[in-house]
Design a protein around this ligand. Structure first.
Ligand code: FAD
Length: 444
């Protein structure tokens, strides 16, 4: 599967070998160290949301699907989240504002005062609601970290790896993503297994191709992770304790999934889609870079926060230096048709983020949701228009203390960096599989 994994990637002026070197030497060590920092380690997510599309089959009993959640008190900088929730939840915020107001205004007729306060709180509530609604129009995926059922997960304790999730439930997710929620090639709309042939891509417009390639790249990354951290054996530790898994790379599984002879020739193209998605997310990081550099990355530990800010600046500096970024300005140009296409693009992606609630394995759902939210955040950065110019005249260099300057929620930033870290890790894992394969060939 590596023989054809060279040269041009298509849809961008970059090739695979350049990215291999750049990622494995420069990005990979930096991003892995960054996402191990407290700010990025905890992700708030609702894994209990009902599947909106079909009867729920997510009562997962497989033991490797299990997720360990943690209490909010154990999350460093939880106050920072809470502050954001007050900003985000107009009902809560204005009921608090109103109380303060009421206590201070002792001269007023209490009934009248209550009425005034209610009206002004109500109108502020309406305004805030509409602002939240306007902001949500830019979103490419649903954020559920403010749901009552949302819980914190320490990502380092729940690594993405082989879980045993497969069969009809997993296939229904992928099928519904490719067949109902990707743009279908007009020449071959009913193609199944593989759902889209690379030969069909030339009949799709750039935007449709980008969409498919991004989703396929995500699928590739998920499957590389399960091959590189495969369940190799189970060891019995004690009499009463459940057996513990031993995890490591499984070259046969990797070849089954990506070798051209076993994938109708598509395997290497799926691998290329991973590189393509990597470039797309890297471009989003570069585009929002000046903004991300001004975040405070609050975790209540001044030393850790300073380190995180420095690590972000350092990594973004490396990303800025990359010569061939993905060029999003070529997309969605051309009047009404382009606007319709952009609308559909966003709707399709929103649906895919909802489909993640139907994944029947909690561990897979966690990483599926995180990576779709990361990609959704990247799409928002690339296509909402908010980052097209540096904007914020006069505020460009100020830290983002004032919440009205916020364009990304904490959870979006956490998802964006972690999603990019997953892609970077996948590209690094390919290097390992390449060496295993050449080692095997030498032995033969
Ligand atoms: P699948 O990966 O299920 O693919 C179905 C079909 O899609 C293939 O037959 C092929 O025609 C096509 N296809 C495959 N790869 C691509 C690609 N890159 N681009 C385009 N088309 C492609 N399992 C785990 O063990 N750990 C996990 O963390 C995990 N996370 C998951 C997250 C999500 C959101 C989903 C939906 C599934 C996850 N799975 C996970 C399951 C895993 O992705 C596979 O579905 C499962 O291993 C069965 O694999 P399969 O060989 O039947 O093909």
């Amino acid at each position: 599967c590596f023989e054809t994994l060279h040269g041009a990637l298509g849809d961008c002026s970059c090739n695979v070998d350049t990215i291999d070197y750049f990622n494995n030497v420069k990005i990979f060590p930096r991003i892995q160290s960054l996402v191990s920092k407290d700010y990025f380690r905890f992700y708030k997510v609702n894994l209990k949301k009902e599947c909106p599309f079909w009867a729920d089959d997510s009562r997962c009993a497989m033991k490797y699907c299990h997720i360990k959640t943690c209490s909010k008190e154990s999350v460093p900088g939880f106050d920072g989240y809470e502050e954001e929730y007050l900003e985000e939840s107009p009902a809560l915020k204005y009921s608090l504002d109103a109380t303060t107001h009421c206590d201070q205004d002792s001269d007023h007729d209490p009934d009248l005062g209550y009425l005034n306060m209610t009206i002004s709180a109500a109108s502020q509530f309406e305004i805030a609601k509409w602002k939240a609604y306007d902001d949500s129009l830019e979103n490419f995926c649903q954020c559920d970290d403010k749901d009552a059922d949302a819980e914190f997960v320490d990502l380092s304790l729940n690594p993405e790896r082989y879980t045993g999730y497969k069969g009809p439930s997993a296939h229904r997710i992928w099928r519904s993503i490719y067949q109902e929620n990707c743009f279908r090639p007009k020449t071959n709309p009913y193609q199944s297994f593989p759902y889209v042939l690379s030969s069909d891509l030339s009949n799709m417009c750039l935007e449709e191709r980008v969409f498919y390639r991004a989703i396929s790249g995500l699928h590739t990354s998920i499957n590389i992770h399960l091959c590189s951290k495969y369940l190799l054996s189970e060891k019995k530790i004690g009499f009463a304790a459940p057996p513990e898994g031993e995890w490591g790379p499984n070259l046969d599984e990797f070849q089954r999934r990506f070798d051209p002879s076993q994938t109708h020739g598509e395997g290497p193209n799926w691998l290329k889609n991973l590189y393509f998605l990597y470039l797309l997310e890297m471009r989003a990081l570069a585009k929002a870079g000046p903004y991300l550099e001004r975040e405070d990355y609050f975790t209540d530990s001044p030393i850790e926060d300073e380190e995180t800010r420095n690590a972000i600046k350092n990594m973004l500096g490396v990303i800025y230096s990359f010569p061939d970024h993905f060029n999003e300005s070529l997309m969605f140009n051309g009047g009404t048709q382009a606007a319709t296409l952009k609308f559909e693009f966003r709707e399709h992606f929103l649906n895919i983020s909802r489909i993640m609630d139907c994944v029947g394995c909690d561990k897979c759902k966690l990483w599926g949701k995180l990576q779709t939210q990361g990609l959704g955040t990247a799409l928002k950065i690339l296509f909402s228009g908010r980052w097209d110019s540096e904007g914020d005249p006069g505020q460009g260099k100020l830290p983002l203390r004032h919440k009205s300057q916020k364009r990304l929620q904490r959870t979006e930033i956490v998802a964006l960096f972690n999603a990019f870290a997953r892609l970077s890790n996948s590209i690094r894992e390919l290097e390992n599989f390449r060496s295993m394969l050449s080692g095997n060939m030498e032995q033969e």
